[in-house]
Design a binder for this molecule. Structure first.
Ligand SMILES: [Zn+2]
Length: 135
């Protein structure tokens, strides 16, 4: 006859194995869901999925016919950049920073960067005011 302790430890072992399986299943399900979402995504309205757009400027304008990365691409690039920055070291640098102390114009940014930062800041603010999933 087995000792109670022995049985309990076996049960505990089984439970931890089972919960590990569950979490890894959930993770792979999540991954495939994300993957499927990426594949089934309709092409961008602005660029039709090309990833770049031409500027609407009159003929003869220096920027005429010039292709610039589409907004959808910029978001993607930004998302990748953020993902690559997401390390403990980088987050450590933001410790103690709050929205109250945040300068929406940034410091030493170009016009484009400042605009982008402002847009993101106001998006973050509106999310804080009314958090919602997806968008
Ligand atoms: Zn686009």
């Amino acid at each position: 006859m087995q000792q109670v302790e022995e049985i309990l430890s076996k049960v505990a072992d089984d439970i931890s194995k089972a919960s590990m399986e569950t979490s890894s299943n959930a993770e792979s399900e999540w991954r495939s869901a994300v993957h499927a979402e990426g594949e089934g995504k309709p092409p961008c309205e602005l660029c039709g999925g090309l990833g770049f757009v031409t500027l609407e400027v009159p003929v003869g304008h220096p920027q005429f016919g010039r292709a610039v990365p589409c907004e959808c691409k910029q978001e993607e690039l930004e998302a990748r950049r953020i993902a690559s920055l997401r390390s403990v070291g980088q987050l450590e640098a933001l410790k103690g920073q709050t929205f109250e102390s945040f300068i929406p114009d940034g410091i030493g940014l170009t016009g484009q960067e400042r605009l982008s930062l402002r847009r993101r800041t106001s998006a973050a603010w509106s999310f804080l005011k009314s958090p919602r999933g997806g968008a």
